[in-house]
Design a protein around this ligand. Structure first.
Ligand SMILES: Nc1ncnc2c1ncn2[C@@H]1O[C@H](COP(=O)(O)OP(=O)(O)OP(=O)(O)O)[C@@H](O)[C@H]1O
Ligand SMILES: [Mg+2]
Length: 583
């Protein structure tokens, strides 16, 4: 099948179209849509669309055409990017240096994606089969669907990328350090000692069991290290000093084989009780991926809170809405007793430990555009469900999406609106649990993305501390609206809708109505904090993150003083449903 849509360029073009008024999406008399971008000197870029999405997730018929007074010429991806970046009316006031860094990273990302498409160990299987957790994690070939450079990872060399990138089938063993207890900081929740958790993690390997035993006898412990990160850590002056004094001894690469998951820095080993999330000093999308102490504490705090029976009851057991808790962490203190961010590692519960073969698929892999030509995985799974149930693909799509809303959207909103606990549930933080392709539950992961609102303080003030302003992940209503609604509704749910509708005979607005109905039912049930639900259901616009311009300015998202500057207003299709029903 000839595929003229190159998904990595689609991510770039779609993020630009969402954020720039200059892009026009035209509809001609034959019902065809096209992407038009006026340039200076009476030139314009023109690309026919093979799928027009009301939610912005278009598919293209490349190559792009440059229309000039002299005629038309086809543009290579390099030329397309160059023309866009060099158009002042489009990119605004940015320095030459910013432009060249941006163009370089966009192209690097494009080549990395192409390489993943060509060399993924899984290839077409990613789009027509049931996938287990590991395959789905390593099957995210395209990355963030509204980002100009989703797969840029400039700190990795080519051989690093082969070894450490999920989409190239990376797998490796960890370094293990024997390290003096006095120079580590650990955290562990739910009345389980950190060492107990470490023992459970190393129990699979006799060499590690021995190493831990010996270390404990000498007042030491073990600390796992991502092998790429070791090069960064070994350059740290404090760590150099500890090696010299033998307070740190590197035992080498031992134990289980680990697989990078879709975020690259979190690793998975089937059958072990924990996954491990590391600091990885590589810029992936908008930030250098270092953990901080406050971030890992969010995990232990959340796990502690969910020991309360009323919260534990909100979670399903083996099915339904589940959390991958991050109950413990460890890191190294420097010579001044400050934690070294680059050394931090969080332990994440592995709910797939006893059933690694279950169909557990990160949403971003389910929805990614198919670079081999053909449907997205979600559309394939729905088609399969339709055949099994002997119903039309359209009915299957509506049922599938309704089940997604029940297992993912509604439980996440319930925690926000009835308990004041907020999760940044974007497409890469949601893992759908499927049975024969149909949603039966979900796992939320990534405790760095949690926040607590006034409601949570009212309910659990004793556990969260009385001074809410002192809690770094206290969120006011503005923050809830901006982040929670953007990640769950725009980033995750709108992409699910487009990925279904681009490939099956169902309109995006029909699924928007299903989403609306699910949210309205939750609202009608009488929630404790209805502000965000009402905002999502009826505000004319939703706050949307602007990845294109954020990346162009070369911001590190984690360190800009006011991240609100990278958000803009996007028309809210859910508000149109209200208008329709009230008309
Ligand atoms: N739709 C998406 N939205 C956000 N990030 C995405 C998306 N698709 C892919 N990604 C990728 O997933 C990662 C998301 O970063 P995030 O901070 O959520 O994860 P993490 O904290 O690094 O790891 P983990 O999810 O394992 O906890 C980035 O590397 C980003 O490029
Ligand atoms: Mg994540």
């Amino acid at each position: 099948m000839v595929n003229k849509n190159q998904p990595s360029l689609a991510c770039f073009l779609n993020s630009l179209a969402r954020e720039s008024q200059s892009v026009q999406l035209l509809h001609n008399q034959d019902g065809e849509h096209s992407y038009q971008l006026p340039l200076s000197h009476s030139r314009s870029i023109h690309i026919p669309l093979s799928y027009y999405s009301t939610l912005g997730s278009h598919e293209y018929r490349l190559p792009a055409q440059l229309l000039t007074e002299q005629g038309t010429e086809e543009l290579t991806p390099e030329q397309l990017i160059e023309h866009i970046v060099n158009e002042p009316a489009l990119v605004g006031v940015v320095s030459e240096e910013q432009k060249s860094i941006f163009a370089k990273r966009v192209l690097e990302s494009h080549h990395n994606t192409q390489q993943a498409i060509d060399h993924s160990p899984y290839q077409q299987q990613l789009f027509n089969n049931q996938l287990d957790f590991k395959t789905a994690e390593q099957g995210l070939l395209i990355g963030h669907s509204f980002h100009p450079a989703p797969k840029s990872r400039e700190q990795f060399s080519l051989s690093d990328a082969k070894r450490y990138s999920p989409e190239l089938g990376g797998k490796f063993k960890l370094f293990w350090l024997a390290i003096t207890q006095e120079i580590v900081t650990t955290g562990s929740s739910a009345s389980i000692d950190f060492t107990k958790r470490l023992e459970a993690l190393v129990a699979h390997d006799p060499i590690l069991v021995d190493a831990l035993h010996n270390a404990l006898q000498q007042g030491k412990t073990l600390l796992p290290v991502h092998p790429w990160q070791w090069h960064v850590m070994a350059d740290n002056p404090s760590i150099k000093a500890y090696i010299a004094t033998k307070q740190i001894e590197n035992l080498g690469q031992i134990g289980a084989t680990w697989y990078p998951t879709s975020s690259t820095r979190s690793l998975y080993a089937p059958n072990l009780p924990y996954m491990l999330k590391f600091s990885l000093s590589v810029k992936l999308t908008n930030s250098i991926r270092n953990l901080s102490l406050k971030e890992v504490v969010r995990g232990t705090r959340l796990n502690e809170l969910f020991q309360l029976p009323e919260l534990a009851e909100q979670l399903g057991e083996r099915e339904g809405f589940q959390l991958m808790q991050e109950p413990a962490f460890i890191g190294i203190n420097d010579l001044s007793d400050e934690i070294i961010d680059e050394s931090l590692v969080a332990f994440r519960d592995n709910p797939l430990m006893y059933n690694p073969a279950q169909e557990a698929v990160v949403l971003a892999t389910l929805t990614q555009q198919n670079p081999y030509g053909g449907s997205s995985l979600v559309a394939q799974r729905i088609q399969h469900y339709a055949e099994q149930q002997d119903i039309t693909p359209r009915d299957a799509a509506t049922r599938w999406f309704d089940a997604y809303c029940r297992h993912a959207v509604v439980p996440l909103f319930n925690l926000q609106a009835n308990w004041g606990i907020v999760f940044l549930a974007h497409q890469q933080n949601i893992v759908m649990q499927l049975e024969q392709g149909f949603p039966v539950g979900m796992y939320y992961r990534d405790c760095q993305g949690t926040g607590y609102t006034d409601l949570a303080f009212g309910l659990f003030g004793d556990k969260l501390g009385d001074d809410k302003q002192a809690l770094e992940n206290y969120w006011n209503q503005d923050k809830v609206r901006r982040y929670f609604a953007y990640y769950l509704v725009i980033n995750s749910t709108f992409n699910v809708i487009s990925a279904i509708c681009a490939n099956l005979d169902v309109e995006e607005m029909e699924l928007i109505q299903v989403l609306h109905r699910n949210l309205q039912t939750l609202l009608d049930s009488g929630v404790k904090d209805d502000l965000c639900l009402r905002y999502v259901l009826s505000s004319d616009a939703l706050c949307c993150k602007g990845n294109f311009f954020c990346y162009l300015q070369n911001f590190n998202e984690n360190s800009i003083p006011d991240p609100a500057v990278i958000y803009f207003d996007l028309v809210n299709p859910l508000a149109k449903v209200e208008e329709l029903t009230h008309a």
